[in-house]
Design a protein around this ligand. Sequence first.
Ligand SMILES: [Zn+2]
Length: 205
Amino acid sequence: MVRLLLSIKADLENVTDLVPASDGFEYFFQVKCNSCHEIHPKWVGLNRLEEHEVSGGKGSTAHFVWRCSTCKRESSGKFEEKSPVIPYSADNNGQLAPFLTIDCRGLEFVGFDPRGIWKCIGAESGTVFNEVDLDEGEWVDYDEKAALPVGVSGIEIPRVATDIMRYRVHLSGLLLLEPRGVFDPTGPGFTYLHLVHVHSALLKT
Ligand SMILES: [Zn+2]
């Protein structure tokens, strides 16, 4: 299992604390099979409320269960209950910040589409914007209390797949040196929180 901490980047205009508006928010990703490295041609959706049974998992469930059409292997992804999504603050404007933790078995999420309803608050006024529709990838409005235009654009969770492949090689060496450390490749948009998990991933691939 690999615990992925996906980072997000956005351009905020006079707003802060951007986050999906509800628990049922559907996250759309591109998914890649770790067995045959095939990237599924369609976007896949998962949310925190719906779980599906994992084959042979003795009743265990995941928020996303997928069988690769090329190699027929099943893989899954699960949101971490203990790790709620982290609102994107204006302090991080235009830069990557930790966002969402997903336990991945046999797959990787390699692209993100922000479509759906988000919420944020006016950076100066505290005005709550509950209907930030990012279906088109950006949103603009006006904050009357602050008398300022507000907006969200440029949302991105950078592709991580190729970087994971590259870092695996380096990690096999790092594990021996610092098994309890935290490895953060930075920039590519993800962090392996615990090398213990990375280790099990290494053994499988
Ligand atoms: Zn496959």
